[in-house]
Design a protein around this ligand. Structure first.
Ligand SMILES: C[S@@+](CC[C@H](N)C(=O)[O-])C[C@H]1O[C@@H](n2cnc3c(N)ncnc32)[C@H](O)[C@@H]1O
Length: 824
């Protein structure tokens, strides 16, 4: 359990200078002894910080770079068009003056050439001078998070600035690597148009330094950042290194603090549009995609902008690799007593993101912006948020899933195959730790017994008894219901069967009869009134409960009760960088076409409730299919078994509404089972707490996608999933397509016929009818949108204004069960 957050504080050049001036001895240059930087870092660590965050370079480097790469850039003639074609009439001057001008011009040209030569030398062999870097020694850099110069503009619209920024970036990274720095924070991308160039440069860094982690600083949203055309850093006299800005003004994203910069410390608006909120995330998506989802590429989320309270909009960051959160003290507000606290939206977001185990980067703690609490108050307050975060509270609670499953979060496990394999005793023991499942089973059996007509001999058959917990619960239910009943326990695992024999001798006696063998083949001494089984997987049917119970139904009287009586598989589209990276780790197709059992943590369900713009989508989490027992439509052979497994194939075609842009990395699979009456089991995220709160037995299933699929805001996702079978195996195949609703354009008179009968036009003209809202079946409409039933009532005229264009699709996954299947 322990702490979720680690802490780092920014140390500025001013901090180092202050420490240096306090000590007379100029030891900072010596290789032995403590330097001023080390003492400044040590002083910070003594306030309880795990790391210090330090700018790699000093203002002198920025000055040199500007002189070489910006101020000397441009036309060597130093002027506009007019200078090039000789002198104009009105510029005629005397001979002497002309000569003096010529001298000046020559000197200027020589100076330009000299600086250009210096710049070319630097481009050829980039290197720092001593006073241009913050740290010079290996021991200074221990426990340091390096901050790359904020003024580097890797996505500048100016080709040369971009080019020279990239050289300077590699120079800084090479130097950080020389000092063995493990993590560097990169300046935020600022220009959507050229973000691919930024991404390419970062990818190059990842290739060049194979151990280092690169963390892209990014505001959650920043409307103003996208209005900025070119960087104000080019103005002379602006000093924009992180350290200098931190020492002068309340620190925030360094970009927001550039003196003379046009954009404000905080955006004025407190509400941002969907487009604005998407913008920074979209840039991140470009960067990590170009960098091929490198696990060494992470995010430093800048929480300076005021955050909206809408959690669904911010949920997307849950699916991203947030390594650091940046909290400038200027983000804090004072509470009634004058202590620093965070605004509500930021509090909620930070608490939710404790699950990432972030490093909280605090800047400006020494500035004394808040009346009370001093320097330590900020970290203390964040610790308080950590303790009251949902993840910390849940993991402290004994018996909660989070407490039980420490260390299993986002860990991909192959689902069990209890039919093909014989489970180990330790695996049964883990199952048996979940009280909720067994309590609900006991309750269901008890109610079924009470509902069963009085008889002096009721037979309960436990099919797949394992080590016997459901036998024990059946005995308790018999006792509670005061019925007379006898139990038959069937098990095919020869090893677990020994445990059953042991328990029968020691605990159960003659009230329990044991039968060894596969329920699909054996016979039992007598038919049962109640058949109890637990052969369920995370997706309901994925451990072949339907196939096993087909065999066991022979043991059940025609009017007998099956517990469970049904189970339903559910699906939702999921985004998770972590899970995607885990699934493709092996580098084989197989691993990206296998469903996994996972306790989800850093994930985001992309779908929303509501029908979407066209009113055609279902809820956020949707039902795929259901299996019922006993089967109502059974065709059986002379042995009482189904002749084929065809009746157990299933298919679902689901339409999800995607309110906010996101990346689809896979599908989340859940199940819900009806045991008896209204007693059930559920891992459906929105229903589990009402049905089987704190049940530990099942984590959800994750169906990965081979390639991430971008889903725009307000789009629709159609997911197709199949349960398929042959004589030996059962497997799933899955596939997805995405559509973007577009406003229909009403056909104009005289438009060519082919255009006017397009699906959208015909839909529009039909729904525009003022007299009826019932659609006539149209092969065209149905062909375009297979999710629509041929007849439906459209209540929302708004929705009818939309058609849809296809924007993407996935591959068909696990075709023919080539990568994953469950053996019969
Ligand atoms: C998920 S475990 C449940 C065990 C136990 N009932 C419990 O709830 O802890 C399923 C059990 O069913 C057994 N099983 C699976 N398929 C079977 C089959 N076709 N015939 C007999 N037993 C089977 C497995 O060996 C395993 O012991």
């Amino acid at each position: 359990m322990g702490d979720y957050a680690t802490f780092a504080a920014f140390v500025t050049h001013d901090d180092i200078a202050r420490v240096s001036s306090q000590t007379a001895a100029p030891r900072s240059n010596s290789l032995a002894g403590e330097s001023a930087a080390m003492r400044a870092f040590q002083e910070t660590r003594e306030h309880g910080y795990d790391y210090v965050c330090v700018p790699l370079t000093r203002p002198a480097w920025h000055e040199r770079w500007k002189r070489m790469c910006v101020e000397n850039a441009g036309d060597v003639d130093g002027g506009g068009e007019g200078d090039r074609g000789g002198f104009k009439e009105e510029e005629w001057e005397g001979e002497g003056e002309r000569e003096a001008e010529g001298e000046k011009e020559k000197a200027r040209r020589d100076q330009h050439a000299a600086v250009e030569a210096e710049a070319e030398m630097w481009r050829k062999q980039p290197h720092f001078l001593h006073d241009e870097v913050t740290m010079t020694r290996l021991d200074e850099a221990e426990g340091v998070i390096g901050v790359v110069s904020d003024w580097l503009t890797l996505d500048s619209s100016d080709d040369w600035v971009r080019h020279d920024s990239e050289i300077a970036l590699h120079q800084e990274i090479a130097y950080a690597s020389y000092l063995n720095i493990q993590t560097v924070v990169l300046p935020p991308p600022r220009n959507r148009e050229h973000v691919a160039s930024y991404a390419r440069a970062v990818n190059e860094c990842l290739k060049r330094v194979s151990y280092m982690k690169f963390s892209v600083q990014l505001p959650i949203y920043d409307p103003a950042a996208f209005q900025q055309k070119e960087t104000p850093r080019l103005r002379s006299g602006s000093t924009v290194t992180l350290a200098s800005t931190l020492s002068e003004t309340p620190p925030s994203t360094p970009r927001l603090l550039i003196p003379g910069n046009d954009f404000p410390l905080r955006p004025k608006k407190t509400r941002a549009s969907e487009r604005e909120l998407n913008a920074t995330w979209e840039m991140w998506d470009v960067i990590r995609s170009v960098c091929d989802y490198s696990p060494r590429l992470t995010l430093t989320l800048d929480l300076a902008p005021p955050l909206p309270l809408n959690p669904t909009l911010l949920g997307r960051w849950s699916a991203e690799p947030v390594q650091n959160v940046l909290l400038p003290t200027s983000t804090f507000i004072a509470n009634a007593k004058g202590y620093p606290v965070l605004p509500k939206g930021t509090q909620t977001f930070l608490k939710d993101n404790m699950k990432h185990r972030p490093t909280v980067l605090l800047s400006g703690t020494k500035l004394g912006l808040h009346g009370k609490g001093g320097e330590a108050a900020y970290a203390q307050y964040v610790r308080h948020l950590e303790k009251t975060s949902p993840i910390a509270q849940a993991s402290r609670k004994a018996g909660s899933v989070e407490n039980f499953a420490q260390g299993y979060q986002d860990f991909l496990q192959a689902p069990l195959q209890p039919l093909m394999d014989n489970l180990q005793s330790a695996t049964y023991e883990t199952f048996e730790q979940c009280p909720v499942k067994y309590i609900n089973y006991e309750e269901a059996i008890c109610r079924a017994l009470l509902d069963w007509p009085e008889s002096d001999r009721i037979v309960i058959c436990v099919a797949g008894a394992g080590r016997g917990p459901l036998v024990a619960r059946s005995l308790k239910a018999i006792e509670r219901s005061r019925r007379t009943a006898h139990i038959i326990a069937v098990e095919k695992n020869p090893n677990a069967y020994v445990t059953l024999q042991d328990r029968q001798r020691r605990e159960w006696g003659a009230s329990v009869q044991l039968v060894y063998g596969d329920m699909r083949q054996i016979t039992v001494p007598e038919q049962a009134d109640i058949l109890v089984s637990e052969l369920l997987g995370s997706f309901g049917d994925n451990e072949l409960s339907p196939e096993c119970l087909d065999g066991a139904m022979r043991f059940l009287k025609p009017d007998g009760i099956s517990i469970p009586s049904s189970y339903t598989a559910h699906l939702a589209p999921l985004s998770s960088t972590k899970l995607y990276n885990e699934a493709r780790q092996g580098g084989e197709l197989k691993s990206l076409e296998t469903p996994y059992v996972v306790m989800f943590q850093n994930v985001n369900v992309l779908s929303g409730n509501g029908g979407g713009l066209r009113g055609k989508c279902g809820p956020a989490i949707q039902e795929c299919w259901t299996f019922e027992h006993p089967r109502k439509d059974a065709t059986l052979d002379e042995r009482g078994l189904p002749p084929t497994n065809s009746h157990n194939i299933r298919a679902a075609n689901l339409s999800f509404y995607i309110p906010h842009a996101g990346i689809l990395h896979g599908l989340a699979g859940y199940f819900e089972a009806v045991l008896y009456g209204n007693i059930g089991l559920s891992i459906h995220p929105q229903r589990k707490d009402q049905i089987s709160k704190d049940m530990l037995s099942w984590f959800p299933l994750f169906f990965p996608f081979k390639e991430p699929l971008y889903l725009p805001s307000n789009s629709e996702l159609q997911v197709s999933i199949w349960r398929l079978t042959n004589e030996r195996q059962v497997w799933y195949e899955w596939y997805a397509e995405s559509f973007l609703p577009v406003l229909n354009v009403a056909p104009r008179a005289g438009d060519p016929v082919l255009e006017t009968v397009s699906a959208s036009a015909s839909t529009a003209s039909f729904f525009a009818s003022p007299t009826t809202h019932v659609a006539v079946p149209s092969p065209l409409i149905d062909a375009i949108d297979p999710a629509s039933p041929p007849f439906f009532v459209r209540e929302d005229e708004e929705a009818a204004k939309y058609g849809a264009v296809k924007v993407g699709q996935s591959a068909l996954h696990n075709a023919g069960g080539r990568s994953s299947w469950i053996g019969l």
